[in-house]
Design a binder for this molecule. Structure first.
Ligand SMILES: NC(=O)c1ccc[n+]([C@@H]2O[C@H](COP(=O)([O-])OP(=O)(O)OC[C@H]3O[C@@H](n4cnc5c(N)ncnc54)[C@H](OP(=O)(O)O)[C@@H]3O)[C@@H](O)[C@H]2O)c1
Length: 479
């Protein structure tokens, strides 16, 4: 039945498009192909939403004191998301084009009996990079911490329009503006997250991502503009971005997780520019989700404790499901991420704790060796050693995955703290080392350190650099 309706819609829409349009036949056929794909996919997902309707529900926990930022939301799914966030006593910052429409919301919700939460409204045109920067500045000036960022604003189809910055409108509205906003608000999201309660970024994507490809050579799709193709590209880009950002944040041990969501096929103004709206305007109100039902998966991604620590996932009807293979392609995720950074001329730096640890440990050996050489030259009776105590079962392991190995296994492979103390005592007390300062001790023996640690030029450079940091003039009279 659904398939039949879809076919009728497609054929009628295609016929109308051919008759009305003065476009070349090749383009009409390409558009018809997308129309067909969208209708087939739409029918499938419409049925899927109906079958899953009992699962498309989530709790509304009280989250007093929490702050959410949402783009769009004066109508459609976003409006219902705001309503549900208020019910959870969350303060909602709305970024919208029409401030008045945003400010009308709270009195309306209060009239409806929602007495919790609060709303602040700031001007935002997500398709204009300058507007995104201004909005982020306003939010950051008033809010040090942000708990949830919901990248909801979106447009679908329509004719070819370029944003003020020269990007195809769906790419800039659905993806690029949100990438920049996320980058600008990330420090505030990091501040609010904790190990057990991470802050969350939600990208409202779509099942349309399945048809998406990233057209790196012609990101604006100028060569042949098919609105459906450009929409799918923007929605795929959102998931690629979500997954890669989540991975970077994980490596950094940051307390922020990222999800992408397909809200379902929802009866909103998003379909106003579609042929379906001309041919079968009754279809969405009969078969699509209501905006409230479409808001549930987004609220689930934001608030559900079930998803704690499960960033990098794609949510559909309040369930974690796999996104398309292309969306999960790590190489493509990385490629799009650096491509976007170049477009926006931004440099994202993510802290990798393991790298920081390794640097600090190399620094200790460089320092030991250089200081020892200075002391020898100065004929001072002090010697400097660096020691690797072994891999020891102490609390320091808690921040490494080693710490998650069960205690009885750790006991088998790791040394005890007492065993770890032996090489340190050896460096302190052993007569063998009397004339062997500037050495690296492992297993109570002298070992060659890494090539980098033994590099005398690097030792000196790093020594001078460190002195500057602590504003010390000299350690030794010979310097
Ligand atoms: N409806 C569906 O079936 C469906 C399916 C899958 C995914 N989605 C996604 O869900 C999200 C919400 O869509 P919806 O169905 O709620 O659509 P909608 O009813 O058309 O609402 C779109 C919202 O985005 C805002 N917006 C559009 N362009 C903007 C811009 N340049 N700057 C700031 N805000 C802008 C609109 O604000 P204005 O009032 O200022 O225009 C409006 O609040 C979109 O990302 C969409 O792709 C929807």
């Amino acid at each position: 039945m659904f398939i039949l309706i879809a076919c009728v819609v497609v054929l009628s829409a295609t016929a109308i498009a051919v008759i009305r349009s003065k476009k070349p036949l090749k383009l009409i056929l390409a558009e018809a192909k997308y129309e067909l794909l969208y209708s087939a996919m739409g029918s499938k997902y419409m049925m899927h939403d109906i079958l899953m309707r009992k699962k498309n529900i989530t709790d509304l926990p009280l989250k007093s004191g929490k702050t959410a930022v949402i783009t769009g939301g004066t109508r459609g799914i976003g409006l219902e998301v705001i309503k549900l966030l208020l019910k959870c006593d969350i303060n909602v910052i709305i970024g919208c084009r029409n401030i008045q429409q945003g400010e009308n919301l709270l009195p309306k919700f209060r009239e409806e009996g929602i007495s919790t939460g609060n709303i602040e409204v700031f001007q935002l045109d997500i398709s204009v990079l300058e507007s995104v920067r201004k909005f982020a500045e306003l939010v950051k000036n008033k809010h040090d911490k942000i708990d949830y960022l919901i990248n909801n604003a979106g447009i679908m189809f329509g004719s070819y329009v370029e944003s003020r910055d020269g990007y195809e409108s769906q790419f800039s509205t659905n993806y690029l503006g949100h990438f920049l906003l996320t980058y600008l608000l990330l420090p505030n999201l990091k501040k609010s997250g904790t190990e057990n309660l991470k802050s969350r970024i939600i990208n409202v994507s779509s099942c349309a991502h399945i048809m998406g490809k990233i057209n790196f050579d012609d990101i604006n799709c100028r060569a042949q503009y098919i609105p459906g193709e450009a929409y799918a590209q923007s929605k795929l880009a959102q998931i690629l971005f979500s997954n890669h950002l989540n991975e970077l944040l994980k490596k950094e041990n940051a307390n922020v997780q990222v999800h992408s969501v397909h809200p379902g096929l929802v009866d909103t103004g998003l379909f106003n520019d579609t042929n379906m709206k001309t041919v079968a305007p009754w279809l969405p109100s009969l078969f699509f989700k209501t905006p409230e039902r479409g808001a549930y998966p987004i609220i689930h991604a934001c608030l559900s404790p079930v998803l704690e620590g499960k960033g990098g996932t794609y949510i559909d009807n309040c369930q974690v499901v796999p996104a398309s293979d292309r969306a999960e392609n790590v190489e493509l995720q990385e490629k799009l991420f650096s491509f976007t950074k170049k477009l926006l001329d931004i440099e994202t730096k993510f802290y990798v704790p393991a790298k920081g640890y390794a640097q600090s440990k190399l620094a200790q050996i460089l320092f030991s060796n250089y200081l020892n050489a200075l002391l020898v030259r100065e004929q001072e009776q002090v010697r400097v050693y660096s020691v690797h105590p072994g891999v020891i079962d102490t609390d320091i392991m808690k921040s490494h995955w080693y710490g998650s190995i069960p205690g009885f296994v750790r006991k088998f492979f790791f040394r005890t703290p007492e065993e770890g103390a032996i090489p340190v005592l050896y460096a302190c007390l052993s007569k063998d080392l009397e004339n062997n300062g500037g050495t690296y001790i492992m297993d109570s023996k002298i070992h060659a350190p890494s090539e980098k640690a033994a590099n005398v030029k690097l030792q000196k450079e790093f020594f001078d650099f460190s002195k500057n940091l602590i504003e010390t003039k000299s350690f030794s009279t010979l310097e």
